[in-house]
Ligand binder design. Structure first.
Ligand SMILES: *Cc1c(COP(=O)(O)O)cnc(C)c1O
Length: 436
């Protein structure tokens, strides 16, 4: 390490010590690394956008449910510390905080793509000329498959009925004006605008309220996949008039691989009597659920979309992970996130300058148009840079064809992590080969 790097590290330690929002790093397991030249045994984890780290309380949360099952058997539905019969109600507080919703507008259930399909059943209702969906180009593949298969399910042709909005040539971010233009161009033909609130590849945060307004003014409904937005940026789904949204909980929400996902349905839709919906007994009026009536009596809340009883073992970690967000406060996390991401951005720019290499950040520069993730194209390095970083104990991710995504997560990443990363990046992009 050279003198400049040491100086930066000292500065980073000071920034950590003086930050108004102290890191909650100690509440998580930081995976170890085997990299021998690394001072610390902990890796530099910047992949919370893909799989959040394990909260230290996760094991106890799971053990509680296993113990209650052992102790009570079926009676655990009522006798467990957190009775399983109403288990999903544990999530209302955390979810309303995270997405800006009323308690009757959110529900934790299923998995993300499943929820997307269930919501499309209700909110993609092609009729006559009005059957098109506007979405982002290069959406996460699962979302592309979901939308295309829904169109085909309704007898439509995805080639004609799905309009993709991409970045203009020479740019990386979607211009919201292009969504408005597409709505105007296809006036009377768009049934639904459905986009990723935070684009998973570039890390662009779309102007969600603007898109909702545009969709509604053209008579279309508007929904968002919030996989990369929830727990990353503050959301106000209710006030923004979003019709529906879904998200997963294993990325920024730290709830564990494949953990239970979430859904939002705006209150103006939750009581709609004749809304098309796939229904099951857990969406039935809770007071009468065990009367085993043959006629469905809707909960009249977002829970009406819930079909099955709660997968308690899958949900146990989600509960404590959400508590951490409520305790930390999404606004505090966002302000810390702005500081961390700006620091990372400045570090990458400094390395590019010092080493005279082209490190292009394709995430919008304007902090209001992004969350914590930065997507980097290291021109001339290809996947080799990613491999060098990995060898040095840095955990970032590689997305074909040429992007390294990294996210300094305000819940557990520190300025120190970033300074250490910047040093590794500097060594890894030096003109001389790494091991010379
Ligand atoms: C992570 C992610 C998914 C993953 O879907 P699962 O159903 O949870 O496997 C889907 N869509 C987007 C936009 C994502 O970021």
């Amino acid at each position: 390490m050279n003198g400049l790097a040491l100086f930066e590290l000292n500065k980073a330690l000071l920034l950590d010590a003086e930050d108004p929002f102290p890191s909650r790093r100690d509440e998580f397991f930081i995976p170890p690394t085997g990299a021998p030249h690394f001072r610390t045994q902990e890796c530099l984890y910047f992949t919370g956008n893909s799989l959040g780290l394990q909260p230290r309380k996760a094991r106890e949360a799971l053990t509680t449910e296993l113990d209650d099952w052992a102790q009570f058997g079926v009676e655990g539905h009522f006798q467990a510390k957190h009775p399983w019969v109403s288990y999903h109600e544990r999530f209302a507080r955390g979810l309303t905080h995270l997405v800006g919703a009323q308690p009757h507008e959110v529900v934790a259930m299923n998995a993300l793509t499943v929820n997307l399909h269930l919501l499309l059943v209700s909110f993609y209702r092609p009729e006559g000329r009005r059957k098109k969906i506007i979405c982002e180009a290069k959406a996460f593949p699962s979302d592309q498959y979901a939308l295309a298969s829904q169109v085909r399910y309704h007898g439509g042709n995805p080639e004609e009925d799905i309009i993709e909005i991409g970045a203009r040539p020479g740019t990386h971010a979607i211009d919201e004006a292009d969504v408005e233009a597409a709505l105007a161009e296809h006036a009377g033909e768009v049934a639904l605008v459905m986009m990723g609130g935070m684009q998973y590849f570039t890390g662009q945060w779309l102007d969600m309220p603007r898109i909702v307004k545009a969709a509604h003014s053209e008579g279309a409904l508007c929904g968002f996949d919030l996989a990369h937005a929830v727990g990353n940026v503050p959301l106000k789904l209710h006030d923004w008039n979003v019709d529906f949204a879904c998200w997963c909980s294993y990325k920024y929400l730290n709830s564990g691989p494949g953990a239970v996902a979430g859904a939002f349905v705006h209150e103006r839709h939750v009581k709609e009597e004749d809304i098309p919906r796939f229904e099951g007994w857990w969406g039935h009026n809770a007071q009468r659920r065990f009367l085993m009536e043959s006629q469905f009596d809707s909960m009249g809340t977002a829970e009406a979309w819930q079909m099955s009883n709660a997968p308690v073992l899958n949900m146990a970690v989600h509960a404590i992970a959400l508590d951490q967000f409520v305790q930390a406060g999404m606004d505090n996390l966002r302000s810390k996130s702005l500081r961390l991401t700006a620091y990372l951005e400045a570090g990458i720019q400094a390395v590019a300058k010092a080493n005279d290499v082209h490190l292009e950040i394709i995430t919008p520069q304007d902090p209001a148009r992004r969350g914590c993730q930065l997507s980097l194209v290291a021109h001339g390095f290809g996947k080799q840079l990613f491999e060098r970083l990995t060898d040095a104990g840095v955990v970032v991710d590689w997305r074909e064809p040429n992007v390294i995504r990294m996210a300094p997560v305000p819940m557990y990443n520190t300025f120190e992590d970033i300074a250490r990363f910047v040093n590794v990046l500097k060594l890894s992009t030096a003109k001389a080969p790494l091991n010379a």
